[in-house]
Ligand binder design. Structure first.
Ligand SMILES: Cc1ncc(COP(=O)(O)O)c(C=O)c1O
Length: 445
């Protein structure tokens, strides 16, 4: 019934999509890295809501902290007071992200974080251009969408923000050439491009990129919406290279998945370019930003991250996971590169060399370029009880990004399940017949 109402009043195409795949639609309980469906089936979460559930689903300490906050009956968003917890959370974030980022603007979503960075960069530099990287994912609001690769996401919504240009992902000569024009307020970029297939340039390139930005007086902005809060094995992905950004955008995992919150950390003088005097004290705001429950969620997530040593855990478990997948790659020709940092990983499926697989893959790619990936996702979920997804801009890369609290036995379960799935892909016809069924359901929808 709930799917029927959702299809009738919210988004029928999403329900058609899930029906076409034949995967689970109804989940009733989520704890740690484990999800339970309405029919009682156990599913292991290796997607984490696209890097939201770093502390695991419904962490008991987070639930207790939010209940306590509700029981206090305090002010949440009067818009006429100093929100009690926002300063505390901003200070904690500064200590974790870098002492030069003395100011934080709170918003609700990652997209709003990107919008904020665009506005503050323009106000600070008095330039209008924004430079971004091809293959990026920055969100669906008009400003954020202007920075995104992928025609499908943009086509129907153009014209988007003027003055936006892109370069290939961290192409340093291209960065130098573009910034030399003097027209760009900011270079906004992800430290790991997740949706393009999990790419992360070397540390030295990040340091060079920041230096080029500094020289051309263009703000260097890191979108750490997916990579932040311990996901890559350090609190920020930027900490792997030691690069200092002028602004850092955090969202997703900062709330622990129960309240929306985003935080845009920035240098003092950038913040002051907008909040210059009393008249401009409300020049950038959002009704729900800084609300007490979101701030409490953020503070509690930081406590949990520290107490459970989740950054280090992400680093260690990530290595175990990648080594396990690489062992499978020795046996199965379809697995290409296994890329990642911490528990943010991508498994690339390459073009096969054997005649049988070549013919099968080519046939299915003709039906739809994303069909093979969706067949894998379906098989992992239906047969092995593992939830994951392909990268948004790269249908040949499957994600392996469980909550950071995932256990050794869950990692083993994933590797064994992936192994059995690959065995089915490489031998017999059952896997490929299931693909035909997906295609048939797509045609009927
Ligand atoms: C890197 C990155 N930036 C920004 C966003 C947008 O965040 P939101 O969906 O919270 O608006 C996303 C969303 O997936 C993202 O992955």
């Amino acid at each position: 019934m709930s799917s029927e109402l959702y299809a009738r009043h919210v988004n029928d195409q999403w329900v058609h999509f899930l029906n076409m795949l034949g995967t689970e639609k109804d989940f009733v309980r989520c704890e740690g890295a484990r999800l339970t469906t309405a029919s009682g089936k156990q599913v292991l979460d290796f997607l984490s809501g696209y890097c939201v559930y770093n502390i695991g689903h419904n962490h008991p300490r987070l639930i207790a902290a939010l209940k306590e906050e509700l029981d206090r009956h305090g002010p949440t968003m009067l818009q006429s007071h100093v929100p009690p917890l926002a300063g505390e959370l901003a200070e904690r974030l500064m200590q974790l992200c870098g002492k030069h980022l003395t100011r934080t603007v709170f918003m609700n979503t990652g997209s709003e974080g990107v919008e904020t960075a665009i506005k503050f960069a323009r106000a600070h530099t008095h330039r209008t251009g924004i430079l971004c990287a091809g293959g990026a994912f920055h969100g669906m609001t008009c400003g954020a969408l202007s920075l995104m690769g992928g025609a499908m996401w943009r086509e129907d919504f153009e014209p988007l923000l003027p003055g936006v240009e892109s370069i290939p992902y961290l192409d340093l000569p291209a960065l130098e050439t573009k910034l030399a024009t003097g027209k760009f307020a900011a270079f906004i970029v992800e430290p790991v491009q997740s949706e393009s297939g999990m790419h992360s340039p070397p540390a030295a390139d990040w340091l060079k990129a920041a230096e080029i930005c500094r020289r051309h007086k263009t703000l260097f902005v890191l979108d750490e919406v997916q990579t932040g809060i311990g996901r890559t094995g350090k609190f920020l992905a930027a900490h792997h290279s030691g690069v200092e950004a002028d602004m850092i955008i955090l969202a997703k995992a900062l709330s622990g998945g129960l309240m929306p919150v985003s935080a845009i950390l920035m240098r003092e003088e950038i913040n002051h370019s907008v909040f210059t005097n009393i008249e401009r004290s409300m020049l950038h705001a959002s009704t729900f930003a800084e609300n007490t429950l979101s701030m409490r969620a953020g503070l509690t997530v930081l406590d949990i991250l520290e107490e459970e040593n989740l950054c280090e855990r992400s680093r260690v478990m990530g290595e175990v996971l990648r080594n396990g997948i690489r062992d499978l790659a020795r046996k199965y020709e379809l697995i290409g590169e296994v890329r990642g940092m911490g528990l943010m990983n991508g498994i690339e499926f390459r073009q096969p060399t054997s005649r049988r697989l070549k013919l099968l893959q080519a046939g299915f790619a003709k039906m739809h370029p994303g069909l093979f990936g969706q067949m894998l996702i379906r098989s992992l979920q239906v047969d092995e009880g593992i939830l994951t997804q392909m990268c948004g801009h790269n249908f040949r890369v499957v994600k392996a990004s469980p909550p950071l609290v995932t256990t050794d036995s869950e990692i083993s379960q994933f590797i064994e399940g992936l192994g059995r799935t690959l065995e089915k892909v490489h031998s017999g016809m059952r896997f490929w017949v299931s693909g035909l069924k997906i295609a048939a359901r797509a045609l009927r929808a």
